[in-house]
Design a protein around this ligand. Structure first.
Ligand code: ADP
Length: 342
């Protein structure tokens, strides 16, 4: 009798990120190439619960490499973490479709879900890091991060044009609740005067002193305008709810003397456009390399791993270990940003 083909599933979960489609395409085409069957699960773990599962062929992932978002949809199913019955419904779907390997593309919450699923159902799970936040410590980069940096940089370029024309200061909020990577990378790429990171845990007075110092330096060397980049996580910290980009802009406008220069500041929030857009070449190539690695791991019968990149080498790390690692912002990049904005 002919041996049944290995059958794997793929889902995208949690917050979406540009390049998730490129990752889905890479997994589907690599798996088909190696004689496996692939099933797409809609809306993350929600599709497992509701049995929203269908086969994917090579054509079904055509014309998606350049699209942001995810053709599989994404959603959150908090009960997956808390309700054993919900998880059993999900495992029954995997069993029904004879899926013995699952690729989960998402952030650390989705990886925790994959970890539980692996241990309870026995289905081999492999994680692909899909998040614009770059907040997973085990990998240098996540799929979607590079595109989000470019989106921030392009938006700040536009703000810079108008700030330069009018001699204004722009205080710009970018995404990043606990992780300031997007603010640091976008801040350096956009040539900002100051970068405010959630990891620093400074209070409002300390941040204002820092902004005043940096703006004074820039105005002191003849610059006529300013760009300040702040990660959203700062005003989500306890006691910092008031510390928004508009608050900072208004404070600067009312405390011009402290900067020693006329200041006309405006706040801008880049917002959800950061999550979308056509993925950059770097994200597409990262998704291709990581997707192939996920399929190779499943072919070799490996499980409970997540795929990452370190020093430009694709690696795998145990999911349990990966989700317990604490992400640190690069001290070198912080100091470089400071040096370059002198
Ligand atoms: P992200 O993957 O972007 O970090 P979430 O944190 O919202 O997004 O997680 C996505 C989904 O992963 C959740 O809705 C839930 O179904 C599942 N999940 C998150 N945390 C856990 C957990 N500790 N145990 C099991 N499943 C989890």
């Amino acid at each position: 009798m002919e041996k049944a083909k290995k059958r794997i599933g793929i889902l995208t979960s949690g917050g979406d990120a540009p390049g998730m489609n490129a990752a889905v395409r890479a997994v589907v085409r690599s798996a088909l190439y190696h004689g496996m069957e692939v099933y797409g699960i809609r809306d993350g773990f929600v599709g497992l619960k509701s049995d929203d599962v269908s086969p994917l062929d090579a054509g079904s992932v055509g014309d998606i490499i350049h699209r942001g978002g995810t053709i599989l949809g994404t959603a959150r199913l908090p009960e997956f973490a808390t309700d054993e019955n919900v998880r059993q419904e999900c495992y029954a779907t995997l069993k029904k479709h004879r899926i013995d390997g699952l690729v989960v593309c998402g952030g650390d919450g989705s990886f925790r879900g994959a970890n539980v699923l692996q241990h309870e159902s026995g289905v081999n799970a492999i994680g692909l890091p899909g998040t614009i936040d770059n907040d997973l410590a085990y990998t240098d980069y996540t799929i979607g991060f590079d595109t989000a940096i470019n989106t921030c940089m392009e938006n700040i370029n536009k703000l810079r044009d108008t700030m330069a024309s009018h001699g204004r200061v722009s205080v710009v909020e970018v995404m990043g609740r606990d992780c300031g990577d997007l603010a640091v990378y976008a801040g350096i790429a956009a040539g900002s005067d100051a970068i405010l990171l959630p990891e620093m845990r400074w209070n409002d007075q300390k941040w204002l002193r820092y902004i005043v110092t940096k703006l004074s330096q820039s105005f002191g060397r003849g610059k006529k305008y300013g760009i300040i980049v702040m990660a959203e996580g700062i005003h989500m910290q306890p006691g910092m709810g008031h510390f928004t980009v508009d608050y900072i802009a208004s404070w600067l406008n009312h405390n011009q003397g402290s900067v020693g220069h006329k200041v006309d500041a405006r706040g801008s929030v880049i917002g959800h456009v950061q999550r979308g857009g056509s993925p950059s070449s770097a994200d597409r190539i990262l998704a291709a390399r990581m997707g192939e690695c996920a399929v190779d791991a499943l072919r070799e019968g490996k499980s409970n791993l997540c795929v990452g990149i370190r020093n430009n080498k694709i690696i795998t790390v145990d999911i349990t270990k990966a989700v317990s690692m604490k992400k640190k912002v690069s001290k070198h990049l912080i100091s470089l940003a400071d040096i370059l904005s002198h």
